[in-house]
Design a binder for this molecule. Structure first.
Ligand code: PBG
Length: 337
């Protein structure tokens, strides 16, 4: 037996830290924040323990809480006061994210990332205006589960995304994060931002976003579930990895500054592939379902929450993510410091 090689030598207490390959830092994290224009008191989100929807008036104090943990960046999601077929409140000057971003940028140093999508703003809950509706078809869009051809109009959505991005930058957003998986969305937003004088505002594209059942709790939180059907006509098929390479390359070629993979844990192979293939910073979104399942198991006493949360985030980082969007941001940052 040749025991020249004994890996256990480097696992002893005082040397483990020296040879550790990966570490977590509060500056790796982006904390998602939900601002709700329909409420005047905070409302807990049941399926995401510890998270709340907060009224616009409390957006600054909510973000100050995040900053106190050492996390420096927030991702803003908005629940608008009203919805319509086109999602027009998404680009309103006095829209919910615009209002919140204006206040947060005026009163804090937080780095503000704005999610640019339409699903929280359309009454049918899809990520853009529907084709049939634009054609003037006589369909009831909220009851149309039976029309399999009904889908989001890609190119019309690009026009909306341009307006959303510029309105968010106008309001003080530091970075724009389009999440709708529309073809050409990065190019459209880049050109709109540049034309408006925001060439310094980066785009973090949800580049490989899968049609995942792990978004369930978020859809409660942001009230953005599709009223009929699903998102498989625009989000990626969980079966596909080669396609992710193409998808991500398109966004990189269109000028995305940061490339995101979403969800994170069930897609670490994709995170790792994007890390290998591209020089860009890679972000991973540890989504609501990934958060909820650890909480649920911990509540039953089956898992140690802090330990599994830390291990999950470490594995996402080890797979190649530089930035992690996570609902654990504040708790784990607190623990790290
Ligand atoms: C869409 C959006 C979603 C999430 C972030 N942005 C939901 C969806 O695509 O249905 C999910 C995030 C999560 O589950 O934590 N604007």
């Amino acid at each position: 037996m040749d025991l020249t090689h004994r890996p256990r030598r480097l696992r002893q207490d005082r040397v483990r830290g020296l040879v550790s390959e990966t570490s977590l830092d509060p500056s790796d994290f982006i904390a998602p924040v939900f601002i709700d224009a329909t409420i005047d008191e905070r409302i807990p989100i049941e399926s995401m323990p510890g998270h709340e929807r907060v009224p616009i008036d409390e957006s600054v104090s909510r973000v100050e809480d995040v900053l106190e943990t050492g996390v420096e960046a927030v991702m803003l999601f908005g629940i608008p006061e009203s919805k319509d077929a086109e999602g027009t409140r998404a680009w309103a000057e006095d829209g919910v994210v615009q209002e919140a971003a204006r206040r947060i940028s005026a009163e804090t140093d937080a780095y503000i990332i704005a999610d640019a999508c339409l699903c929280e703003y359309t009454d049918h809950g899809h990520c853009g205006p529907l084709e049939a509706e634009l054609r003037g078809d006589d369909t009831d869009h909220t009851g149309c589960a039976h029309d399999p051809t009904l889908t989001v109009d890609n190119d019309a959505t690009l026009d909306s995304l341009k307006r959303i991005a510029v309105s968010q930058a106008d309001a003080g957003a530091d970075m724009i994060a389009p999440s709708g998986m529309m073809d050409g969305m990065v190019e459209a937003i880049r050109s709109a931002l540049d034309e408006a004088g925001y060439e310094h505002v980066p785009i973090m594209s949800y580049a490989a976003k899968y049609e995942s059942a792990f978004y369930g709790p978020f859809r409660d939180a942001a009230d953005g579930a599709p009223a009929f059907g699903n998102r498989r006509h625009y989000q990626m098929d969980p079966a596909n990895a080669r396609e992710a390479r193409r998808e991500v390359r398109l966004d990189a070629d269109q000028g995305a500054d940061v490339l995101m993979v979403k969800p994170a844990l069930p897609y670490l192979d994709i995170v790792s592939m994007v890390r290998e293939e591209f020089d860009h910073p890679v972000a991973a979104y540890n989504v609501s379902g990934e958060y909820a399942m650890l909480h649920a198991a911990a509540e039953k006493g089956w898992l140690d929450l802090d330990a599994v949360a830390t291990e999950s985030l470490l594995s996402i980082k080890r797979a190649g993510a530089d930035l992690i969007l996570t609902y654990f941001a504040e708790d784990i940052a607190d623990r790290l410091s």
